[in-house]
Design a protein around this ligand. Structure first.
Ligand code: CLF
Ligand code: SF4
Length: 495
């Protein structure tokens, strides 16, 4: 079997390579500006920066169609308390709240990473995001990074931290070639911090109130500045907490930009009484989709925004919209495993070509849309990777949402579906209702297959759905759909 068949078979399970080739032949043409988590491409940044982000699914929006990350849960200890966290669960700064990961020793983590690298050719990044704080639980984080980079030298290392212990480890991070660090910064005003952090533990002492937030704030800023000085790319995560720091995050955005942050990822607070967190128990709500989008839009022009975060688990494996963690639990790992680079190498070669085609097709599609469009619409797409419309409506666990209009095609976020509509070959009415609610505000859904029943119910809710653009690149499909349905109706009206 050729490298191409191995990799695309994996990436696009229900599409043959011939389909892909004819698709490419039919759909290519011109480039793009929507590549970085920020929407930047190689032309918008120094080549050494582009080299660091081009295969990182979180730092490059375009890369998230092709490359996967995995987390290993080696760092359970934490040195602060956030009001949105219950320590029974994983760190909520870089993970979906209410989730418990399988904790690993550094040796077990190495076995897991090598096993995944042999099985998942898309793997490009190893992240440590808890389940506590990766910098506070430093010995295990460091031992894991050292062992993995020895076994798989080209894997990118990535770490997420609350920042309190970060300044103590920056030299070692730089020595280990860790190019990507995430700091969760929810405030730059310690008064606001008092509503988020009841205490911190610093230099063998517990601090509370304003003093705790002041120390945390200073350490976070110091850490960010030190990383910037060393050319380490830093992403800032912020949890948007309505009525607490929502307006203030605009100031955070400007302050972190000033200090060299590469990306700002504003995540919605997920607050559920069942998680037993302070916010969950006191009824603090999270933001709506519209509130989150409006804050992100208000930050435009500041630090570049990441909009494709999935708030993944501390033991997540796979492309950002999927989680293959259950295939690689400790009990399923072989005792002895040796890294084999063949699949990852073959995959990269195919992606290099596919990516060029995609960028060209995207540029042409966006230019055509910009000419034809006079109103913006929201389009939800069902995809399982590769930047294409290649998922059935009923199988989708999430929809990626794009705004299409005079400004072209802009990725604006994703909507998670609790349960896919199609369960064991049959559509579930109750599930469809919840999928329709999830799609609130969306004008059209593009997918690779859809049945008559969901079509009817979606139409009744004012949402169109079509599989006419199956397997096209996302931007090509959106532009084509717009041209036929919106540009035409506009022309008809003006005729
Ligand atoms: Fe992991 Fe985070 Fe690195 Fe990505 S996740 S440590 S930067 S490799 Fe990515 Fe997951 Fe969002 Fe994090 S989607 S939660 S931003
Ligand atoms: Fe929880 Fe993470 Fe905050 Fe620690 S830093 S309290 S693990 S959310």
């Amino acid at each position: 079997m050729s490298g191409e068949l191995i990799s695309f078979d994996d990436l696009l399970a229900d599409q043959t390579l011939d389909d892909m080739r004819s698709e490419m032949a039919a759909g290519s043409g011109g480039c793009s500006s929507s590549s970085c988590g920020s929407s930047a491409g190689p032309g918008d940044m120094p080549p050494e920066v582009w080299a660091k982000i081009k295969d990182h699914p979180c730092y490059s929006e375009e890369a998230h169609h092709y490359f996967a990350r995995m987390h290993v849960a080696v760092a359970p200890a934490c040195n602060i308390q956030c009001n949105y966290c219950n320590r029974k669960y994983d760190c909520a700064n870089e993970s979906r709240p209410g989730v418990v990961s399988e904790k690993l020793t550094p040796d077990q983590a190495l076995r897991k990473v090598v096993t995944v690298a042999n099985e998942v050719p898309q793997l490009s990044v190893l992240g440590i995001a808890g389940p506590g704080d990766a910098c506070y639980d430093w010995k295990k984080t460091k031992a894991t990074f050292e062992a993995v980079s020895k076994a798989i030298p080209d894997i990118k290392l990535c770490i997420s931290t609350n920042g309190l212990a970060l300044p103590d480890h920056i030299e070692e991070l730089a020595d280990m070639n860790v190019d990507h660090v995430t700091i969760t910064i929810n405030m730059v005003d310690p008064e606001i911090g008092t509503k988020i952090y009841p205490w911190i533990y610093y230099k063998h002492k517990r601090y509370t109130g304003l003093e705790a937030s002041q120390i945390l704030h200073e350490r976070q800023m110091q850490g960010l500045e030190m990383l910037t000085e060393r050319g380490i790319l830093t992403k800032i995560n912020s949890v948007m907490i309505p009525g607490v720091n929502d307006e203030h995050l605009k100031v955070v955005n400007a302050e972190v930009k000033k200090r060299g942050a590469f990306l700002h990822n504003i995540m919605p607070l997920i607050s559920d009484p069942a998680h037993g967190t302070h916010y969950g128990l006191t009824g603090q709500r999270g933001p709506t989709h519209a509130e989150l989008k409006s804050l992100q839009d208000a930050c435009a022009g500041g630090a570049n925004l990441m909009r494709h975060c999935r708030q993944c688990r501390a033991d997540a494996v796979g492309l950002l919209g999927e989680d293959r963690g259950q295939e690689f639990t400790l009990d399923q790992l072989p005792d002895d495993v040796v890294y084999d680079a063949a699949k990852r190498d073959a995959y990269r070669q195919v992606v290099a070509k596919e990516r060029g085609d995609h960028v060209a097709a995207k540029t042409r599609a966006i230019a055509e849309l910009q000419q034809a469009a006079d109103q913006a619409i929201l389009v939800a797409v069902a995809t399982k990777g590769g930047g294409r419309i290649n998922e059935h409506f009923g199988h989708a666990r999430e929809f990626q949402v794009y705004e299409a209009g005079p400004e072209g095609v802009k990725f604006i976020g994703h909507r998670k579906v609790e349960d896919a509509y199609c369960q064991g070959g049959f559509g579930e009415d109750a599930t469809l209702d919840s999928v329709i609610k999830t799609l609130d505000g969306v004008d059209v859904v593009l997918c690779s297959k859809v049945g008559d029943c969901p079509k009817k119910d979606l139409a009744a809710a004012g949402i169109s759905v079509t599989d006419e653009h199956a397997f096209e690149y996302i931007e090509t499909a959106i532009s084509g759909y717009y041209a036929r349905h919106y540009a035409q109706s506009t022309q008809a009206l003006s005729a």
